[in-house]
Design a protein around this ligand. Sequence first.
Ligand code: FDA
Ligand code: NAD
Length: 434
Amino acid sequence: MAEKSFKYVILGGGVAAGYAAREFAKQGVQPGELAIISKEAVAPYERPALSKAYLFPEGAARLPGFHVCVGSGGERLLPEWYKEKGIQLILSTEIVKADLPAKTLVSAAGETFKYQILIIATGSTVIRLTDFGVQGADAKNIFYLREIDDADKLVEAIKAKKNGKAVIVGGGYIGLELGAIMNINSFDVSMVFPEPWCMPRLFTSDIAAFYEDYYTNKGIKIIKGTVAVGFTVDSNGEVKEVKLKDGRVLEVDIVVVGVGGRPLTTLFKGQVEEEKGGIKTDAFFKTSVPDVYAVGDLATFPLKLYNELRRVEHVDHARKSAEQAVKAIKASEEGKSVDEYDYLPYFYSRSFDLAWQFYGDNVGDSVIFGDNNPKSPKAKFGSYWIKDGKVVGAFLEGGTAEENQAIAKVAKLQPSVQSLDALKSEGLSFACKI
Ligand code: FDA
Ligand code: NAD
Protein backbone atom coordinates (compact mmCIF):
# COMPACT_ATOMS: atom_id res chain seq x y z
CA MET A 1 0.00 0.00 0.00
CA ALA A 2 1.15 3.55 -0.80
CA GLU A 3 3.27 5.39 1.72
CA LYS A 4 2.55 9.04 2.52
CA SER A 5 5.15 11.39 3.81
CA PHE A 6 4.80 14.73 5.63
CA LYS A 7 7.11 17.19 7.31
CA TYR A 8 4.75 17.39 10.31
CA VAL A 9 2.17 14.86 11.47
CA ILE A 10 -0.30 15.45 14.31
CA LEU A 11 -1.58 12.09 15.56
CA GLY A 12 -5.12 12.57 16.90
CA GLY A 13 -7.77 14.97 15.66
CA GLY A 14 -9.17 16.45 18.87
CA VAL A 15 -8.92 19.79 20.61
CA ALA A 16 -5.12 19.95 20.74
CA ALA A 17 -4.82 18.97 17.07
CA GLY A 18 -7.15 21.77 15.96
CA TYR A 19 -5.35 24.46 17.97
CA ALA A 20 -1.97 23.13 16.77
CA ALA A 21 -3.17 23.40 13.16
CA ARG A 22 -4.21 27.02 13.69
CA GLU A 23 -0.81 27.82 15.18
CA PHE A 24 0.99 26.10 12.27
CA ALA A 25 -1.07 28.25 9.87
CA LYS A 26 -0.19 31.42 11.82
CA GLN A 27 3.47 30.47 11.61
CA GLY A 28 3.24 30.03 7.82
CA VAL A 29 3.14 26.26 7.26
CA GLN A 30 3.50 25.42 3.55
CA PRO A 31 0.81 23.47 1.66
CA GLY A 32 1.45 19.71 1.87
CA GLU A 33 3.72 19.95 4.91
CA LEU A 34 1.18 19.12 7.64
CA ALA A 35 -1.25 16.23 8.14
CA ILE A 36 -3.68 15.45 10.96
CA ILE A 37 -4.51 11.76 11.33
CA SER A 38 -7.67 11.03 13.33
CA LYS A 39 -9.82 8.03 13.96
CA GLU A 40 -12.82 10.33 14.21
CA ALA A 41 -14.74 11.05 10.99
CA VAL A 42 -14.94 14.82 11.51
CA ALA A 43 -12.52 17.75 11.66
CA PRO A 44 -11.33 18.82 15.16
CA TYR A 45 -14.10 20.19 17.36
CA GLU A 46 -14.57 21.57 20.87
CA ARG A 47 -15.10 18.32 22.80
CA PRO A 48 -16.72 20.02 25.86
CA ALA A 49 -19.87 20.64 23.78
CA LEU A 50 -20.60 16.89 23.76
CA SER A 51 -21.69 16.78 27.41
CA LYS A 52 -23.54 20.09 27.26
CA ALA A 53 -25.35 21.77 24.33
CA TYR A 54 -24.99 18.70 22.05
CA LEU A 55 -27.48 16.87 24.28
CA PHE A 56 -30.06 19.65 24.74
CA PRO A 57 -33.64 18.57 23.94
CA GLU A 58 -34.11 21.76 21.91
CA GLY A 59 -31.71 23.94 19.96
CA ALA A 60 -28.94 21.35 20.33
CA ALA A 61 -25.45 22.25 19.08
CA ARG A 62 -24.41 20.38 15.93
CA LEU A 63 -21.35 20.46 13.70
CA PRO A 64 -20.16 22.55 11.97
CA GLY A 65 -21.24 24.92 14.79
CA PHE A 66 -18.55 23.94 17.30
CA HIS A 67 -15.44 23.12 15.31
CA VAL A 68 -12.30 24.54 16.87
CA CYS A 69 -11.40 27.32 17.62
CA VAL A 70 -14.80 28.75 18.64
CA GLY A 71 -14.48 27.54 22.24
CA SER A 72 -11.89 30.19 23.02
CA GLY A 73 -13.58 32.89 20.95
CA GLY A 74 -11.57 32.31 17.77
CA GLU A 75 -12.40 31.67 14.13
CA ARG A 76 -14.12 28.35 13.36
CA LEU A 77 -11.86 25.99 11.41
CA LEU A 78 -14.22 24.28 8.96
CA PRO A 79 -12.98 21.38 6.79
CA GLU A 80 -12.55 23.91 3.95
CA TRP A 81 -10.10 25.91 6.04
CA TYR A 82 -7.70 22.94 6.16
CA LYS A 83 -8.05 22.55 2.36
CA GLU A 84 -7.28 26.22 1.77
CA LYS A 85 -4.17 25.98 3.93
CA GLY A 86 -3.03 22.75 2.26
CA ILE A 87 -3.31 20.86 5.58
CA GLN A 88 -4.33 17.24 5.01
CA LEU A 89 -7.11 15.96 7.24
CA ILE A 90 -6.79 12.20 7.20
CA LEU A 91 -10.01 11.18 8.96
CA SER A 92 -11.60 7.84 9.95
CA THR A 93 -8.04 6.53 10.16
CA GLU A 94 -6.91 4.74 13.29
CA ILE A 95 -3.19 4.35 13.81
CA VAL A 96 -2.49 0.90 15.22
CA LYS A 97 1.31 0.89 15.17
CA ALA A 98 3.87 3.59 15.86
CA ASP A 99 7.58 3.04 15.23
CA LEU A 100 9.25 6.14 16.66
CA PRO A 101 12.87 5.24 15.72
CA ALA A 102 11.73 4.65 12.11
CA LYS A 103 9.44 7.76 12.17
CA THR A 104 6.57 5.69 10.84
CA LEU A 105 2.89 5.24 11.69
CA VAL A 106 0.69 2.43 10.34
CA SER A 107 -3.10 2.59 10.13
CA ALA A 108 -5.64 -0.18 10.73
CA ALA A 109 -6.14 -0.30 6.92
CA GLY A 110 -2.40 -0.88 6.45
CA GLU A 111 -1.40 2.60 5.18
CA THR A 112 2.02 3.88 6.19
CA PHE A 113 2.70 7.49 7.15
CA LYS A 114 6.20 8.93 7.48
CA TYR A 115 7.00 12.15 9.29
CA GLN A 116 9.95 14.34 10.19
CA ILE A 117 8.26 15.77 13.29
CA LEU A 118 5.43 14.08 15.18
CA ILE A 119 2.99 15.69 17.63
CA ILE A 120 1.18 13.05 19.67
CA ALA A 121 -2.31 14.30 20.54
CA THR A 122 -4.28 11.10 21.10
CA GLY A 123 -5.91 12.42 24.29
CA SER A 124 -7.69 10.07 26.67
CA THR A 125 -10.08 7.20 26.47
CA VAL A 126 -12.79 6.22 28.95
CA ILE A 127 -12.32 3.72 31.73
CA ARG A 128 -15.02 1.08 31.23
CA LEU A 129 -16.95 -0.90 33.82
CA THR A 130 -16.01 -4.01 31.83
CA ASP A 131 -12.39 -3.17 32.81
CA PHE A 132 -13.41 -3.99 36.42
CA GLY A 133 -15.37 -7.08 35.34
CA VAL A 134 -18.77 -5.61 36.34
CA GLN A 135 -21.35 -8.23 35.41
CA GLY A 136 -23.61 -7.29 32.46
CA ALA A 137 -21.62 -4.10 31.77
CA ASP A 138 -21.60 -4.72 28.00
CA ALA A 139 -25.44 -4.54 27.79
CA LYS A 140 -27.21 -2.27 25.30
CA ASN A 141 -28.05 1.26 26.53
CA ILE A 142 -25.00 1.55 28.76
CA PHE A 143 -23.19 4.60 27.38
CA TYR A 144 -19.83 6.31 27.71
CA LEU A 145 -19.04 9.74 26.36
CA ARG A 146 -15.78 10.66 24.72
CA GLU A 147 -16.31 11.16 20.99
CA ILE A 148 -19.08 12.50 18.76
CA ASP A 149 -20.12 8.94 17.79
CA ASP A 150 -20.74 8.20 21.49
CA ALA A 151 -22.86 11.34 21.78
CA ASP A 152 -24.89 10.41 18.67
CA LYS A 153 -25.68 6.98 20.14
CA LEU A 154 -26.82 8.62 23.37
CA VAL A 155 -29.02 11.11 21.47
CA GLU A 156 -30.75 8.17 19.72
CA ALA A 157 -31.33 6.36 23.02
CA ILE A 158 -32.71 9.54 24.66
CA LYS A 159 -35.30 9.70 21.83
CA ALA A 160 -36.10 5.98 22.03
CA LYS A 161 -36.51 5.90 25.83
CA LYS A 162 -38.43 9.19 26.19
CA ASN A 163 -39.39 10.04 29.82
CA GLY A 164 -37.56 6.94 31.03
CA LYS A 165 -35.23 6.27 33.95
CA ALA A 166 -31.53 7.08 33.82
CA VAL A 167 -28.75 6.05 36.17
CA ILE A 168 -25.49 7.98 36.04
CA VAL A 169 -22.51 6.00 37.32
CA GLY A 170 -19.78 8.35 38.56
CA GLY A 171 -19.85 11.67 40.38
CA GLY A 172 -17.10 13.53 38.52
CA TYR A 173 -17.31 15.86 35.52
CA ILE A 174 -19.27 13.50 33.27
CA GLY A 175 -21.50 12.46 36.17
CA LEU A 176 -22.53 16.01 37.10
CA GLU A 177 -22.91 17.29 33.54
CA LEU A 178 -24.82 14.21 32.33
CA GLY A 179 -26.99 14.03 35.45
CA ALA A 180 -28.20 17.53 34.61
CA ILE A 181 -28.62 16.85 30.88
CA MET A 182 -30.67 13.70 31.44
CA ASN A 183 -32.89 15.62 33.89
CA ILE A 184 -33.35 18.40 31.30
CA ASN A 185 -34.35 15.65 28.85
CA SER A 186 -37.14 14.66 31.28
CA PHE A 187 -35.52 11.46 32.55
CA ASP A 188 -35.97 10.30 36.12
CA VAL A 189 -32.29 10.50 37.15
CA SER A 190 -30.27 8.75 39.87
CA MET A 191 -26.55 9.34 40.31
CA VAL A 192 -24.32 6.74 41.98
CA PHE A 193 -20.75 7.25 43.13
CA PRO A 194 -18.46 5.74 45.76
CA GLU A 195 -17.17 8.88 47.48
CA PRO A 196 -18.82 10.82 50.35
CA TRP A 197 -19.42 13.80 48.04
CA CYS A 198 -19.42 14.62 44.33
CA MET A 199 -16.35 15.76 42.35
CA PRO A 200 -13.93 14.91 45.18
CA ARG A 201 -11.02 15.54 42.81
CA LEU A 202 -11.70 19.25 43.13
CA PHE A 203 -14.65 20.09 45.38
CA THR A 204 -14.48 20.45 49.15
CA SER A 205 -17.47 19.00 51.01
CA ASP A 206 -18.86 22.57 51.32
CA ILE A 207 -18.75 23.19 47.57
CA ALA A 208 -20.18 19.74 46.82
CA ALA A 209 -23.08 20.29 49.24
CA PHE A 210 -24.33 23.20 47.12
CA TYR A 211 -24.40 21.17 43.88
CA GLU A 212 -25.85 18.08 45.55
CA ASP A 213 -28.69 20.15 47.08
CA TYR A 214 -29.28 21.96 43.80
CA TYR A 215 -29.50 18.64 41.90
CA THR A 216 -31.73 17.12 44.59
CA ASN A 217 -34.08 20.11 44.30
CA LYS A 218 -34.32 19.35 40.58
CA GLY A 219 -35.51 15.84 41.46
CA ILE A 220 -32.22 13.99 40.95
CA LYS A 221 -31.58 11.19 43.45
CA ILE A 222 -28.00 11.12 44.70
CA ILE A 223 -26.74 7.79 45.99
CA LYS A 224 -23.31 8.09 47.60
CA GLY A 225 -20.81 5.68 49.07
CA THR A 226 -21.57 2.73 46.80
CA VAL A 227 -20.87 1.44 43.28
CA ALA A 228 -22.61 -0.49 40.51
CA VAL A 229 -21.61 -4.14 40.76
CA GLY A 230 -23.85 -5.60 38.06
CA PHE A 231 -26.63 -5.05 35.53
CA THR A 232 -29.73 -7.11 34.75
CA VAL A 233 -30.28 -7.47 31.03
CA ASP A 234 -33.53 -8.36 29.18
CA SER A 235 -33.95 -10.82 26.29
CA ASN A 236 -33.04 -8.04 23.78
CA GLY A 237 -29.76 -7.51 25.56
CA GLU A 238 -30.94 -4.14 26.92
CA VAL A 239 -30.09 -3.03 30.44
CA LYS A 240 -33.07 -3.20 32.85
CA GLU A 241 -31.62 -2.87 36.37
CA VAL A 242 -28.50 -1.59 38.08
CA LYS A 243 -27.39 -3.66 41.06
CA LEU A 244 -25.52 -1.68 43.71
CA LYS A 245 -22.91 -2.98 46.13
CA ASP A 246 -25.09 -1.91 49.09
CA GLY A 247 -27.83 -4.27 47.88
CA ARG A 248 -30.14 -1.72 46.30
CA VAL A 249 -31.49 -2.38 42.81
CA LEU A 250 -32.47 0.51 40.49
CA GLU A 251 -34.76 0.14 37.48
CA VAL A 252 -33.23 1.75 34.43
CA ASP A 253 -33.63 2.49 30.71
CA ILE A 254 -30.33 4.30 30.10
CA VAL A 255 -27.06 4.14 32.03
CA VAL A 256 -24.36 6.75 31.47
CA VAL A 257 -20.95 5.90 32.90
CA GLY A 258 -18.26 8.46 33.76
CA VAL A 259 -15.73 6.74 35.98
CA GLY A 260 -12.65 8.49 34.68
CA GLY A 261 -10.31 8.74 31.75
CA ARG A 262 -7.02 7.10 30.82
CA PRO A 263 -4.39 8.76 28.57
CA LEU A 264 -3.97 6.95 25.26
CA THR A 265 -0.27 6.12 25.41
CA THR A 266 -0.45 2.41 24.44
CA LEU A 267 0.98 2.89 20.92
CA PHE A 268 4.19 4.29 22.37
CA LYS A 269 4.82 1.94 25.30
CA GLY A 270 8.51 1.20 25.71
CA GLN A 271 9.48 3.75 23.04
CA VAL A 272 9.20 6.98 25.01
CA GLU A 273 9.65 8.00 28.62
CA GLU A 274 6.44 8.05 30.66
CA GLU A 275 5.57 9.70 33.97
CA LYS A 276 2.39 9.84 36.06
CA GLY A 277 0.47 7.83 33.46
CA GLY A 278 1.32 10.18 30.59
CA ILE A 279 4.15 10.87 28.15
CA LYS A 280 6.86 12.91 29.84
CA THR A 281 7.72 16.21 28.19
CA ASP A 282 9.78 19.30 28.84
CA ALA A 283 8.39 22.86 28.99
CA PHE A 284 8.19 22.87 25.15
CA PHE A 285 6.28 19.55 25.03
CA LYS A 286 9.29 17.72 23.61
CA THR A 287 9.35 14.05 24.65
CA SER A 288 12.40 11.89 25.38
CA VAL A 289 12.49 10.95 21.66
CA PRO A 290 13.98 13.51 19.23
CA ASP A 291 11.40 15.19 16.93
CA VAL A 292 8.47 13.78 18.93
CA TYR A 293 6.19 16.10 20.92
CA ALA A 294 3.19 15.23 23.12
CA VAL A 295 0.39 17.67 23.99
CA GLY A 296 -3.04 17.80 25.64
CA ASP A 297 -4.44 15.19 28.02
CA LEU A 298 -1.56 12.75 27.65
CA ALA A 299 1.38 15.06 28.30
CA THR A 300 3.03 15.01 31.72
CA PHE A 301 4.76 18.39 31.69
CA PRO A 302 6.60 20.66 34.14
CA LEU A 303 4.04 22.88 35.83
CA LYS A 304 6.40 25.74 36.53
CA LEU A 305 4.16 27.52 39.04
CA TYR A 306 4.25 24.50 41.38
CA ASN A 307 7.66 23.16 40.34
CA GLU A 308 6.15 19.77 39.68
CA LEU A 309 5.41 17.39 36.78
CA ARG A 310 1.67 17.13 36.13
CA ARG A 311 -0.89 15.93 33.65
CA VAL A 312 -3.97 18.10 33.07
CA GLU A 313 -7.14 16.65 31.47
CA HIS A 314 -8.88 19.91 30.57
CA VAL A 315 -9.53 21.83 27.41
CA ASP A 316 -7.69 25.06 28.21
CA HIS A 317 -4.42 23.18 28.62
CA ALA A 318 -5.09 21.13 25.46
CA ARG A 319 -5.34 24.40 23.51
CA LYS A 320 -2.36 26.13 25.10
CA SER A 321 0.00 23.13 25.12
CA ALA A 322 -0.67 22.61 21.40
CA GLU A 323 0.14 26.24 20.63
CA GLN A 324 3.28 26.09 22.77
CA ALA A 325 4.57 22.95 21.01
CA VAL A 326 4.07 24.43 17.53
CA LYS A 327 5.71 27.72 18.51
CA ALA A 328 8.67 25.78 19.92
CA ILE A 329 8.97 23.62 16.77
CA LYS A 330 8.90 26.62 14.44
CA ALA A 331 11.28 28.66 16.62
CA SER A 332 13.84 25.85 16.79
CA GLU A 333 13.81 25.60 12.98
CA GLU A 334 14.98 29.20 12.92
CA GLY A 335 17.53 28.63 15.66
CA LYS A 336 15.40 30.60 18.10
CA SER A 337 13.67 29.63 21.32
CA VAL A 338 10.40 30.40 23.08
CA ASP A 339 9.66 30.98 26.75
CA GLU A 340 9.01 27.94 28.93
CA TYR A 341 5.34 26.94 29.33
CA ASP A 342 4.10 28.70 32.45
CA TYR A 343 0.61 27.33 32.96
CA LEU A 344 -2.04 28.39 35.46
CA PRO A 345 -4.45 25.44 35.77
CA TYR A 346 -7.98 26.45 34.71
CA PHE A 347 -11.01 24.17 34.89
CA TYR A 348 -14.69 24.95 34.42
CA SER A 349 -18.06 23.30 34.14
CA ARG A 350 -21.65 24.23 33.34
CA SER A 351 -24.95 22.53 34.12
CA PHE A 352 -28.53 23.79 34.42
CA ASP A 353 -28.18 27.57 35.03
CA LEU A 354 -24.94 27.03 36.90
CA ALA A 355 -21.39 27.82 35.79
CA TRP A 356 -18.19 27.64 37.81
CA GLN A 357 -14.55 28.34 37.18
CA PHE A 358 -11.49 27.23 39.11
CA TYR A 359 -7.90 28.46 38.87
CA GLY A 360 -4.73 27.29 40.54
CA ASP A 361 -4.21 24.44 42.98
CA ASN A 362 -6.73 22.90 45.39
CA VAL A 363 -4.31 22.12 48.23
CA GLY A 364 -4.01 23.24 51.83
CA ASP A 365 -6.79 24.79 53.93
CA SER A 366 -9.94 26.11 52.31
CA VAL A 367 -12.54 28.73 53.11
CA ILE A 368 -15.94 29.14 51.50
CA PHE A 369 -17.57 32.55 51.00
CA GLY A 370 -20.70 34.15 49.54
CA ASP A 371 -24.28 32.98 49.05
CA ASN A 372 -24.23 29.21 48.67
CA ASN A 373 -27.91 28.63 49.25
CA PRO A 374 -29.00 26.40 46.35
CA LYS A 375 -32.47 27.93 46.52
CA SER A 376 -31.19 31.49 45.94
CA PRO A 377 -32.40 32.83 42.59
CA LYS A 378 -28.81 33.66 41.64
CA ALA A 379 -26.44 31.99 44.06
CA LYS A 380 -22.89 33.30 43.92
CA PHE A 381 -20.24 31.74 46.09
CA GLY A 382 -16.65 30.70 46.01
CA SER A 383 -13.75 29.15 47.80
CA TYR A 384 -10.07 29.91 48.33
CA TRP A 385 -7.34 27.37 49.05
CA ILE A 386 -4.52 28.57 51.29
CA LYS A 387 -1.11 26.93 51.60
CA ASP A 388 1.87 28.25 53.59
CA GLY A 389 -0.02 31.49 54.23
CA LYS A 390 -0.70 32.15 50.54
CA VAL A 391 -3.85 31.83 48.46
CA VAL A 392 -3.02 29.18 45.83
CA GLY A 393 -6.42 28.31 44.37
CA ALA A 394 -9.78 29.99 43.81
CA PHE A 395 -13.21 28.72 42.79
CA LEU A 396 -16.25 30.79 41.85
CA GLU A 397 -19.82 29.78 41.01
CA GLY A 398 -21.94 32.32 39.14
CA GLY A 399 -19.18 34.90 38.60
CA THR A 400 -19.11 37.58 35.91
CA ALA A 401 -16.25 37.65 33.39
CA GLU A 402 -14.46 40.33 35.47
CA GLU A 403 -14.90 38.37 38.71
CA ASN A 404 -13.55 35.23 37.09
CA GLN A 405 -10.54 37.21 35.88
CA ALA A 406 -10.05 38.45 39.42
CA ILE A 407 -9.93 34.93 40.92
CA ALA A 408 -7.54 33.86 38.15
CA LYS A 409 -5.24 36.73 39.12
CA VAL A 410 -5.31 35.70 42.78
CA ALA A 411 -4.37 32.11 41.91
CA LYS A 412 -1.50 33.34 39.74
CA LEU A 413 -0.13 36.00 42.13
CA GLN A 414 -0.66 33.95 45.31
CA PRO A 415 -1.10 36.85 47.75
CA SER A 416 -0.36 36.29 51.44
CA VAL A 417 -3.19 36.16 53.95
CA GLN A 418 -3.00 36.72 57.70
CA SER A 419 -6.33 35.30 58.81
CA LEU A 420 -8.62 32.71 57.24
CA ASP A 421 -11.62 34.27 59.03
CA ALA A 422 -10.87 37.69 57.51
CA LEU A 423 -10.45 36.10 54.06
CA LYS A 424 -13.77 34.31 54.45
CA SER A 425 -15.62 37.48 55.39
CA GLU A 426 -13.94 39.53 52.65
CA GLY A 427 -14.87 36.86 50.12
CA LEU A 428 -14.91 37.92 46.48
CA SER A 429 -13.88 41.51 47.28
CA PHE A 430 -10.48 40.12 48.35
CA ALA A 431 -9.91 38.92 44.76
CA CYS A 432 -11.42 42.02 43.15
CA LYS A 433 -8.97 44.38 44.88
CA ILE A 434 -5.81 42.44 43.93
P1 FDA B 1 -8.94 14.76 22.52
O1 FDA B 1 -9.61 13.63 23.23
O2 FDA B 1 -9.69 16.01 22.31
O3 FDA B 1 -8.50 14.25 21.08
C1 FDA B 1 -7.84 13.02 20.86
C2 FDA B 1 -8.05 12.63 19.43
O4 FDA B 1 -7.15 11.57 19.08
C3 FDA B 1 -9.45 12.11 19.11
O5 FDA B 1 -9.89 12.68 17.91
C4 FDA B 1 -9.22 10.61 18.95
O6 FDA B 1 -10.16 9.99 18.11
C5 FDA B 1 -7.86 10.59 18.34
N1 FDA B 1 -7.13 9.33 18.47
C6 FDA B 1 -6.86 8.65 19.60
N2 FDA B 1 -6.16 7.52 19.32
C7 FDA B 1 -5.98 7.52 17.98
C8 FDA B 1 -5.33 6.63 17.08
N3 FDA B 1 -4.71 5.52 17.51
N4 FDA B 1 -5.36 6.90 15.76
C9 FDA B 1 -5.98 8.03 15.30
N5 FDA B 1 -6.60 8.91 16.12
C10 FDA B 1 -6.59 8.66 17.43
N6 FDA B 1 -12.56 20.15 29.67
C11 FDA B 1 -12.83 21.37 30.20
O7 FDA B 1 -11.90 22.07 30.61
N7 FDA B 1 -14.11 21.83 30.27
C12 FDA B 1 -15.17 21.09 29.85
O8 FDA B 1 -16.31 21.52 29.96
C13 FDA B 1 -14.91 19.79 29.31
N8 FDA B 1 -15.92 19.01 28.87
C14 FDA B 1 -15.67 17.75 28.37
C15 FDA B 1 -16.73 16.96 27.95
C16 FDA B 1 -16.49 15.67 27.47
C17 FDA B 1 -17.66 14.82 27.03
C18 FDA B 1 -15.18 15.17 27.41
C19 FDA B 1 -14.91 13.78 26.92
C20 FDA B 1 -14.11 15.96 27.83
C21 FDA B 1 -14.35 17.26 28.31
N9 FDA B 1 -13.32 18.09 28.73
C22 FDA B 1 -13.58 19.34 29.22
C23 FDA B 1 -11.93 17.64 28.61
C24 FDA B 1 -11.32 18.13 27.28
O9 FDA B 1 -12.23 17.91 26.24
C25 FDA B 1 -10.03 17.37 27.02
O10 FDA B 1 -9.13 17.71 28.03
C26 FDA B 1 -9.46 17.71 25.64
O11 FDA B 1 -10.34 17.31 24.63
C27 FDA B 1 -8.11 17.06 25.45
O12 FDA B 1 -7.66 17.35 24.17
P2 FDA B 1 -6.70 16.32 23.39
O13 FDA B 1 -6.52 16.90 22.02
O14 FDA B 1 -5.54 15.98 24.23
O15 FDA B 1 -7.57 15.00 23.27
P1 NAD C 1 -13.64 12.05 36.70
O1 NAD C 1 -12.29 11.59 37.07
O2 NAD C 1 -13.97 13.50 36.72
O3 NAD C 1 -14.71 11.36 37.64
C1 NAD C 1 -14.82 9.98 37.79
C2 NAD C 1 -15.78 9.70 38.94
O4 NAD C 1 -16.19 8.35 38.96
C3 NAD C 1 -15.17 9.98 40.30
O5 NAD C 1 -16.10 10.56 41.16
C4 NAD C 1 -14.82 8.55 40.73
O6 NAD C 1 -14.58 8.35 42.04
C5 NAD C 1 -16.04 7.84 40.26
N1 NAD C 1 -15.90 6.39 40.19
C6 NAD C 1 -14.75 5.70 40.05
N2 NAD C 1 -15.03 4.37 40.00
C7 NAD C 1 -16.37 4.25 40.11
C8 NAD C 1 -17.25 3.15 40.11
N3 NAD C 1 -16.79 1.89 40.01
N4 NAD C 1 -18.58 3.39 40.21
C9 NAD C 1 -19.05 4.66 40.30
N5 NAD C 1 -18.24 5.73 40.31
C10 NAD C 1 -16.93 5.52 40.20
O7 NAD C 1 -13.90 11.44 35.23
P2 NAD C 1 -15.13 11.56 34.23
O8 NAD C 1 -16.22 12.35 34.85
O9 NAD C 1 -15.41 10.18 33.74
O10 NAD C 1 -14.52 12.41 33.05
C11 NAD C 1 -13.69 11.78 32.07
C12 NAD C 1 -12.71 12.77 31.45
O11 NAD C 1 -13.42 13.80 30.78
C13 NAD C 1 -11.81 13.46 32.46
O12 NAD C 1 -10.56 13.63 31.85
C14 NAD C 1 -12.46 14.81 32.64
O13 NAD C 1 -11.51 15.79 32.99
C15 NAD C 1 -13.04 15.06 31.27
N6 NAD C 1 -14.23 15.94 31.36
C16 NAD C 1 -14.06 17.21 31.80
C17 NAD C 1 -15.14 18.04 31.90
C18 NAD C 1 -14.92 19.44 32.40
O14 NAD C 1 -13.77 19.83 32.59
N7 NAD C 1 -15.98 20.23 32.59
C19 NAD C 1 -16.41 17.60 31.54
C20 NAD C 1 -16.56 16.29 31.12
C21 NAD C 1 -15.46 15.47 31.02
